[in-house]
Design a protein around this ligand. Structure first.
Ligand code: URA
Length: 235
């Protein structure tokens, strides 16, 4: 089996990400660092990623994490900031985030070593609903709400798809909304509010498909229940 397929079956990351990991010189097969694609892994070969064994039979784990602000959603950060995996250094398997939340966004992030599921969930055709709790400055007016719901052109000129938008609280100075989107464009929610003239003060993801953040506090995590795993896999 080819190395990139082997690594993705071990839950290291998606196939494409595994290619980047190989190219970066992070993978050794039987003691030799491999940087080219297409190398075959023979039965019984010892494969290390960043010095840790990549085992095909690794048990699949699914973690629902409440990412706090101030962590990056990448596996490592060149600036040395905390990542969403910093708390999982001693976890028995190597976890990867399913998608991203911005450094300054908090909320539900799924972490897993199931590369196949990750790839599946992140595919644009999957259209997984994501719900965000958004606190903004000002009193969001009807015209802005209509724009957010029907789609607004972002700063790159490309219009967003229809979104679910519900105002849950207004104080005059601030408003709190629940926004449901299924696209996953970079900083999408912040850019949607920018496009209609409002500044986001706080952004928290509270749902990802069938998964809900519930009462999990910032920085806390739990394993998915069997029922949740089943639902996520059937998306
Ligand atoms: N939209 C954003 O603006 N940021 C996120 O982290 C997620 C969605």
């Amino acid at each position: 089996m080819r190395l990139q397929k082997y690594l993705s079956q071990c839950g290291v990351a998606s196939r494409r990400k595994c290619e980047e990991i190989i190219r970066a010189g992070r993978v050794a097969v039987d003691g030799v660092v491999v940087t080219e694609m297409g190398v075959r892994v023979e039965e019984g070969a010892r494969v290390l990623v960043d010095g840790k064994p990549a085992l095909r039979e690794a048990e699949k784990r699914y973690i629902l994490y409440h990412k706090p602000m101030g962590e990056v959603s990448t596996v490592s950060d060149p600036e040395g900031r905390a990542t969403v995996l910093s708390r999982f250094r001693d976890f028995p398997v190597r976890l990867y985030p399913v998608g991203r939340l911005d450094y300054d966004t908090e909320g539900l992030l799924l972490l897993t070593n199931d590369g196949e599921l990750t790839q599946n969930l992140l595919h644009p055709s999957r259209e997984v609903d994501k719900v965000y709790l958004v606190r903004v400055r000002g009193d969001v007016e009807a015209e802005a709400l209509r724009g957010l719901r029907e789609g607004v052109p972002l700063d790159d000129g490309r219009k967003t798809a229809r979104a679910g938008v519900r105002v849950t609280r207004r104080t005059g100075d601030e408003a709190v909304l629940l926004v449901t989107i299924h696209e996953g464009r970079n900083r999408q929610v912040r850019r949607m509010f920018d496009a209609v003239g409002y500044t986001v003060l706080m952004l928290r993801r509270v749902r990802f498909g069938p998964l809900a953040l519930g009462s999990l506090q910032r920085g806390q995590w739990r394993e998915l229940t069997e029922e949740e795993v089943r639902k996520v896999k059937s998306l």
